[in-house]
Structure formats: C-alpha cells, structure tokens
Design a protein around this ligand. Sequence first.
Ligand code: MN
Length: 499
Amino acid sequence: MNTKEKKVWFVTGSQNLYGEEALRQVSENSRVIVEELEATLNCSAELIHRPIVTTPDEIYKTCIEANADDSCIGLVTWMHTFSPAKMWISGLVSLKKPICHLHTQFNRDIPWSDIDMDFMNLNQSAHGGREYGHILTRLRKSREVIVGHWKDAAVQSKLGDWMGVAAGWQEMRQMKVVRFGDNMRYVAVTDGDKVEAERVFGMQVNTHGVGDLVAVVNQMSDADVDVLCQEYCDAYDVVPELLKDGERHDSLRTAARIELGIKQFLEDGGYGAFTDTFEDLHGLSQLPGIASQRLMAAGYGFGPEGDWKHAALLRAMKVIQGNKPGGTSFMEDYTYHFDPSGARCLGAHMLEICPSIASAKPKCEIHPLGIGGKDDPVRLVFDGATGPAINASLVDLGNRFRLLVNKVESVAMPEPMPKLPVARVLWDAKPDLQTAAAAWIYAGGAHHTSYSLSVTAEQMEAFAEMADVEFVLIDESTNLRQLKQDLRVGETYYGLRGL
Ligand code: MN
C-alpha cells in the first residue's frame, strides 16, 4: 500500500507585470509553503514544488506534462498574485488531473504599520484567486476549493484529505478487478454496466472461471501453507479444533491454501480487487472466508456475490485512507434492532468483514455456512471498533452511477452474542436509523457498502467530483422531503447532461 510514488504538484500562478524581484519572491514563498506542508501534512502522497507559471505557454506545458506523468495524481494551484485567467484556458481545458484550488496567502496577517503598495502588489490572492476561480467555473471544471492560511491546521487537514482522495482516484483509474465467477443469480444491485464503469472510473473488470483460480490454489506448497497456518496462530485466537493437533486442522490448511492461491492470482495479474460468489465454487472446497478477510486487511478490494462495484470502491477507499488510523471494510446492513430508545443496525456478512475494523484480537473459528452446500469455511470473528464512520455505496442507475454515503456512529455491543459466528459492527445511523434507511432506500443504495472508520464523507464527495458522478449524502441534516427533491434534481441534471 505504498503510495509515496504518488505526487501532487504545487503550481503557483502569477504574471510578468511585477518584475523579476517580485517573481523571485513569489517563487521563494511558494517553495517555503511546499517545504513546510510536505513536512506537516498527514498524507501518503508527496507534495512537489513546481516552477511558478506566468504565461499561457508555461501553464499549458505544465498541464500537458501533468497529464503525461503517471506519478502526478493532481495539482494544487495557488495564485500568489493576480494571474489573468485567460492565460489558464488552454492549459485547464487540456488538464485531465484533479485540481485543488488552495485559496491562501503567504502572510497570515496584514502588517498594519508597514503595509504599502509593494506589499499590496505582491499579496493579491484575495482577488487573484477569484479571477482564477471564475475561469474554472466558466470551464465547468470540478475542483476542490480550500480557503484559509496555509499554516492553519484545518486547512492542512483538508489538503491532506484531498491528496488522499486524489491518490484513491488515480488508483481507481488504473485498477484491475478480477471476478471469480459471475454475479449471484437474480441479484440486481451487484450487477451493472462494466463498460460504462470503465469509461467513467477507468477500472477494468473481467471474469475468470473459478477453475482458473483453483489451478493456482492447488499449486501452493505445503511449506507455504505451514508458514501461513503459523501466522494465523500468531495473529489470532485460533480455536483448539483448528490447531495443529485439532481434529479440523485440515480445514485450516485448506483455508490457508485458498488464501495463498488468491494472493498469487492477484499478484500475477496485477489485480487490486476481486469478487467471488458462493454459487460458483467448483473445485474450491470452502467459500473463501479468512482469505477474503485477510486480503482486505492487506489492502485489496473485495466484493462477495460478484459485487465488482464495491470491490473497486473498497480498494479506492483503502488508498484514500492511506496510513491513517481506523479500518475500512466491505460491509452489509444485516439485521435491525428497533429499540424505541434508539434503533441500531447490525452490519456483518456471511464471512467477509475486514479485520482492520476489529476492536480486539479476532478469533479464528470454523462453522457451517448454511447455504452453498460446501465444506465449513474458516473465518475471523470479532466485534467492530466504535466511533464515527461512513457507509458508502456505488450504484448503477442505468443512465449514471450514484455514490451514496451515510454517516453512522458505531457503538459497543450491548450484550455478547456467543452464538453469532461472524464478524459484526453495530451502528446508529445519522440523522436516525429510520430516516437514514428510508433515505437510503429512496436513493436506491445497495445492501452492500464500503464501511470506513477513517475515510470521511467529505472525502467521498471529493472523490465523486473527481469521477464526475452524482453524490448523495445522508447525514445529521438530512430530511426526507429535501432528499427526494435533491434526487429529482439529480435525475434532471444527469438526464439533460448525457455523456
Ligand atoms: Mn451480500
């Protein structure tokens, strides 16, 4: 998950009107800003200082170079002075990378007793940034606007978050998703238009018969299986029946072999995400449980039942998260607790919840699955960590994709659930579960989501804007009448806009 090769270019705009000395100062100030931001930003991408731009030609060349450079994931642009925005048209029209407009100025305060016209000429962000913003709006370029002094913690936090999103977007653009088997029969929301998904998001989604995977699984060596079983014992509380002398140790070995095989397949094909389905496991004796869980924890995207959209979204969100604390997992709204004193939703899946969201050391257990008619799968069982989180869902509405996000608050389990053999999370949705679930259903959200204790709703909004897809947020201020109206507006806007 090393994303340090991902670079964000810091581009400072100016013009030649002010003379060499002023431009030297502009350049020096922007270098100081980048140096300090790079040292303080909590972000896995790197901020790079670029030479200042003062002519249409320099701007155009910078944008073309950014397009061609794979390591460049986006541009932070800052107008230190006035930079007449017609100079920016040809560059911005050509630019394919995300833009963040940092509307800041070098000095925090006005130097009341010393301020003169030289100072005024050098520090013109207040109107230079507006001239630049106008042309972005005129060109219908989506971008992030961050306002405030660059040393301000809130500004730095927003900037670091945006850089994480740009890294996730770059990942989505070049992602390869492999599906082992097709979609769960008759399920609507996990299906969709993979051609359109590649046009909009860049990700390639292709299917292999599960037999192709089985061939790789069967090649895994006994020695590697031994090592992985030991790793399970070191990392988790493994139940006695699965231990070396236990009567079901062979099941643990099978699970380890499946994990090794999937990992090998993903590495060989350069895949960032994968799906499987319990309806197509020919030659695999267990539905991958611990394998899917651990591969998610290693950074891969995953979707069960053929759900390629959430597999891709999960991988992108893991890149957006970068090195920040808190986990990100595949999730499903499973069952409700309609307590009049506060309704809750229990999130879980048949097996596949990522241990990055665990509150404590997971248990490694084996139980029957109940459906699919295969051998009992090995899985990790744990309660999810508590705290503010989001559920994000990507759906295909036929004429467009919609990214839907609900803010939730994950809470402690009120009681132990000794008979529930899967990982689980309990949350209270914003603004309340009844309103949130109704809003989610009106918006056509999936029963599958990517759940994160780290990535924020604001980051997902920025992600939707980079992808240029509809974004719908359900949060503290959601009311159903307004939400339905917003959905109608979206229908009209995207209907009118076409491709
Ligand atoms: Mn499911």
